[in-house]
Ligand binder design. Structure first.
Ligand code: NAD
Ligand code: DAU
Length: 331
C-alpha cells in the first residue's frame, strides 16, 4: 500500500510520516509514504530527517493545487491522507486569501484527482474549530458547523466539500475533526511552542485577553493514531471527532509552561484579545472510541514536560524558524 501524505513536512503530517515509517500506526503497517508538500513557512524538510533514507519514504516538493503534478503522482498511490493546509488562526485574521486558496481550492483539486485516478481511500484531516465555540457541553459529529475565524471557515469549506465527494461521487472518504495538538516539531507561532521558546530565551509571552479561553490539548501521537484508525477502519462518508485530551484555560496552560521553564507571572504580558476569539472547544469522542477502539494514551503533564525538554534540546530546530519569522514580519 502506498499513501500520499499531503502536508507531510508540517507539524502533524511529519509526526504521521515518521511514525508510519516506523510501523507505529495501527492498520497501516508496512505502508510506503509519498509526501507532497509545498514547504511554505510552516513546512520544514528537517522534520522528515529521521526517515529521509528509508526506502519506503519519498518526498515531492510541490503544491496540492498543481493539477498536472497531481496527475503524475496519483497513479502511483492507493490512498490519500490530507493534512496540507494554512493552519494558523492569527494569520487568517490578517489575510484570509491563501487560506481559501490552499484549504478550499487545494482540497477540491485533491478530491478531483482522487476521482480521476480512482484512489481507494481518502482521509480528510479537519478540525474541531469548524464547530465554532461552545460555552458548555460537548460537540458530537452531528453538531452544525458554525466556524468563526477565516481559518475555521476555510476548513469548514474543505470539510463539507470532502463530504460532498462521498455523497455525490461515492468517494471512499472519511473526515477527522481533532482538538488542539501539542508535541515536538510544533511551529513556534502557536501557543505552546511560542510560549516555551520565548521563555527559554528569557522573553515575555503574549497572553490574549483574559486568558479564560479553553482548549482541549491532545498529544500529536494520539491524533495520528486516531487518523490511522480512521484510515484503516472508518466508515465511508463518516466524520470522526478526535480528542479526549486535557481541557485547560490559557491561564492554566501558561502557569504550567512558566513552572516547567522556571519563570513566574512577571514573564506574562497581557495583550489585546484575538479578534473573534473562540471561548471554548470540546469534542465528544464516543464515536471513534466505540467504533474504532480509540482512546488517548499520552498523559498531559508528562507529555508537556517532554515537549518542553524537546524545545530545550532542539534549539537547532526552532531558532532558525523564529529568526526567519522575525525577518518576514519586519519586511
Ligand atoms: P502546519 O502548518 O504545521 O503544516 C501544514 C503543512 O502543509 C506544511 O508542511 C506546509 O508546507 C503544507 N502546505 C501548506 N500549503 C500547501 C500547499 N498549497 N500544497 C502543499 N503543501 C502545503 O499545520 P499542522 O498543525 O501540522 O496541521 C495539519 C492539519 O491538521 C491541517 O489541516 C490542520 O487544519 C489540521 N489540524 C491541526 C490541529 C492542530 O492543533 N495543529 C488540530 C486539528 C486539525
Ligand atoms: O482546535 C484545533 C486548532 O487548534 C487547529 O485547527 C489549528 O490549526 C491550531 O492552530 C489550533 O488553533 P488555536 O487557535 O486554538 O491554537 P493557538 O495555539 O493559536 O492558540 C491557542 C490559544 O492560545 C487560543 O485561545 C489563543 C491563545 N493564544 C495564542 C497565541 C499564539 C495566546 O493567548 N497568545 C498567543 O500568542
Amino acid at each position: 500500500m502506498k499513501l500520499l501524505v499531503t502536508g507531510g513536512a508540517g507539524f502533524i503530517g511529519s509526526n504521521f510520516v515518521r511514525r508510519a515509517i516506523r510501523d507505529e500506526l495501527p492498520g497501516i503497517e508496512g505502508a510506503e509514504i509519498l509526501v507532497l508538500d509545498a514547504l511554505t513557512y510552516s513546512g520544514v524538510r528537517a522534520n522528515l530527517a529521521p526517515v529521509e533514507d528509508d526506502p519506503r519514504f519519498e518526498f515531492v516538493h510541490g503544491d496540492i493545487r498543481d493539477e498536472r503534478l497531481l496527475d503524475e503522482l496519483f497513479p502511483r498511490v492507493d490512498g490519500v491522507v490530507h493534512f496540507a493546509a494554512e493552519s494558523h488562526v492569527d494569520r487568517s485574521v490578517l489575510d484570509s486569501g491563501v487560506f481559501v486558496e490552499t484549504n478550499v481550492l487545494g482540497t477540491q483539486r485533491l478530491l478531483d484527482a482522487s476521482l480521476r485516478h480512482g484512489v481507494e481511500r481518502f482521509v480528510h484531516v479537519s478540525t474541531d474549530e469548524v464547530y465554532g465555540s461552545i460555552e458548555e457541553g460537548e460537540w458530537d459529529e452531528r453538531f452544525p458547523l458554525e466556524p468563526n475565524s477565516p481559518y475555521a471557515a476555510s476548513k469548514a469549506g474543505s470539510d463539507l466539500l470532502a463530504r460532498s465527494y462521498h455523497r455525490t461521487h461515492g468517494l471512499n472518504l472519511s473526515i477527522t475533526r481533532c482538538s488542539n495538538n501539542y508535541g515536538p516539531y510544533h511551529f513556534p507561532e502557536k501557543l505552546i511552542p511560542l510560549f516555551t521558546t520565548n521563555l527559554l530565551d528569557g522573553r515575555r509571552v503574549p497572553l490574549y485577553g483574559t486568558g479564560e479561553n479553553v482548549r482541549d490539548w491532545l498529544h500529536v501521537d494520539d491524533h495520528c493514531r486516531g487518523i490511522a484508525l480512521v484510515y484503516a477502519g472508518g466508515r465511508p462518508g463518516e466524520v470522526y471527532n478526535i480528542g479526549g485530551g486535557t481541557q485547560l484555560t490559557n491561564v492554566e496552560i501558561t502557569e504550567r509552561i512558566l513552572e516547567l521553564t522556571g519563570h513566574d507571572w512577571s514573564a506574562v504580558e497581557h495583550v489585546a484579545d484575538r479578534k473573534g476569539h473562540d471561548l471554548r472547544y470540546c469534542v465528544n469522542i464516543d464515536k471513534i472510541a466505540e467504533e474504532l477502539g480509540y482512546e488517548p494514551q499520552v498523559p498531559f503533564d508528562a507529555g508537556l514536560a517532554e515537549v518542553v525538554q524537546w524545545y530545550r534540546d532542539r534549539r537547532d530546530w526552532w531558532e532558525p524558524l523564529k529568526e526567519r519569522a522575525a525577518l518576514d514580519s519586519a519586511r
